[in-house]
Design a protein around this ligand. Structure first.
Ligand SMILES: [Fe+2]
Length: 169
């Protein structure tokens, strides 16, 4: 995935990650560094593969590459939230569009990926059968977290239904 590799090497991607890592070095809750981004990409990819095997179809044109691209950029807005106190969704969408454009994604691909990033928090259908890019991103984002052995689980603001009690995907 040549374009995904470009994202990983993009200077804006790297600088936003550095800012996130800096602000989260003492964070006791879940972090949003490269490990999280890749976990979401891989879990999302597994969800898509399982669905494709079960249904023997290629759903909604969601290529693995889109899943990886969306996962890699989905939390970058946290850098601006930490630095400037702006809502991370909006800042993240702008950052994501700039990076994707530089990495060779077309306007329509950028729109698809950025809208998944913008709306994945609102999809709220972890257990539903909506396999849009946004909903798979949402599911993978949640499933990437190890709530079942988290030391600060009781203080976490996630709704109980979103917390992982199992590793089943
Ligand atoms: Fe995330």
């Amino acid at each position: 995935m040549e374009r995904v590799d470009k994202i990983l090497r993009h200077s804006l991607f790297l600088s936003k990650l550095e800012i996130i890592n800096y602000f989260e070095q003492d964070r006791k809750f879940c972090k949003h560094g490269i490990q999280h981004l890749l976990d979401v990409a891989r879990i999302g990819s597994i969800i898509l593969a399982q669905y494709n095997v079960d249904r023997n179809v290629n759903i909604h044109n969601i290529a693995d590459e889109y899943m990886y691209a969306a996962a890699l950029v989905h939390d970058l807005g946290r850098a601006d939230e930490y630095e400037f106190g702006v809502p991370h969704e909006e800042a993240g969408a702008k950052t994501a569009a700039e990076i994707l454009n530089d990495c060779g994604y077309s306007e329509s691909e950028i729109e698809k990926i950025v809208s998944a990033v913008l709306f994945h928090k609102d999809v709220k259908c972890r257990d539903c059968n909506n396999y849009s890019l946004a909903s798979v991103l949402y599911k993978a984002d949640k499933l990437s977290r190890c709530c079942f052995m988290c030391q600060v689980r009781e203080e976490c603001k996630w709704e109980e239904i979103d917390k992982n009690n199992t590793v089943i995907i």
